[in-house]
Design a protein around this ligand. Structure first.
Ligand code: CTP
Ligand SMILES: C[C@](O)(CO)[C@H](O)COP(=O)(O)O
Length: 235
């Protein structure tokens, strides 16, 4: 058997507070057109057909919520819920501990609630083809500057070599466990793998996989869903 045919487990960090979004609820539980971001993210993962099971990493006070109250009925049997930690990397570590039997893991922000199933397919295909760490990326539209503590510009990196990074990020499960063990201050999981000196490869991202971070992102997500709804009614 090809070792790379093994199970894929999704880890969905959903334990953040959503301070920048500024809603009353933890962000993953905010609704978009009647369904939570978390439910939408789990559905997209499982509907992709390339993810076997999902570990939801919830805020500690919600971690004993039965899966049936977090995700739709057709997905309940393939979902477990565990408690997250103070930082995103702590939540990913908790998810990894529950990803038993995984050959590969896909770490996917609950906050990227409109991610199309095809993006999961691309990431898993790259893992099956031989990569041990894969991230979706998009070209950067703005010029990016580095600045010092006073806000004075210190440099302009060549935009051609820059990419905006999304999730799902896919990994050989043992590699991510090793990278995450002493999680330093990295803003994504691939950053921890890079620190080990291991290769991280890329696939094309998708603009719909944007992270719902601010109130403006929420307006955009809701408008996109309303537009889909209108066009479905016209058909
Ligand atoms: N301790 C944490 C922090 C974040 N996350 C999750 O990681 C994803 C990306 O994080 P982000 O968008 O920054 O969410 P928040 O941390 O909730 O946002 P904020 O920084 O505005 O509070 C989200 O799905 C969030 O729920 C997590 O599981 N555990
Ligand atoms: C992991 C991530 O979504 C990749 O872009 C991003 O780095 C998470 O950042 P956040 O500030 O924790 O939302």
């Amino acid at each position: 058997m090809n070792d790379r045919n093994g199970p894929v487990v999704g880890i969905v960090p959903a334990a953040g507070r959503g301070v920048r979004l500024g809603e009353q609820l933890p962000k993953a539980f905010v609704e978009l057109d009647g369904r939570t971001m978390l439910d939408r993210s789990v559905e997209a993962m499982l509907d992709s057909g390339v993810v076997d099971r999902v570990v939801v990493v919830a805020p500690p006070e919600l971690a004993s919520t039965p899966p049936a109250r977090l995700v739709g009925p057709s997905r309940v049997g393939r979902v477990v819920v565990v408690a997250g930690g103070a930082e995103r990397a702590d939540s990913v570590r908790a998810g990894l501990a529950a990803a038993t039997g995984a050959r590969f893991v896909l770490v996917h922000d609950a906050a990227r609630a409109l991610t199309p199933p095809g993006l999961f397919v691309r990431v898993v295909a790259a893992l099956r083809d031989g990569s041990d760490a894969v991230i979706p990326v998009l070209p950067v539209a703005d010029t990016i500057k580095s600045v010092d503590a006073d806000g004075t510009v210190t440099g302009t990196p060549d935009r051609a070599s820059l990419r905006a990074v999304q999730t799902p990020q896919g990994f050989d499960v043992d590699l991510l466990a090793r990278a995450n063990r002493d999680a330093a201050d990295a803003t994504d999981d691939a950053g921890l793998v890079e620190r080990l000196g291991e290769r991280v490869s890329t696939v094309a991202g998708d603009p719909l996989a944007f992270k719902i971070t601010t109130p403006l992102d929420l307006v955009l997500a809701r408008a996109l869903l309303a537009a889909v709804d209108r066009s479905e009614k016209e058909e």
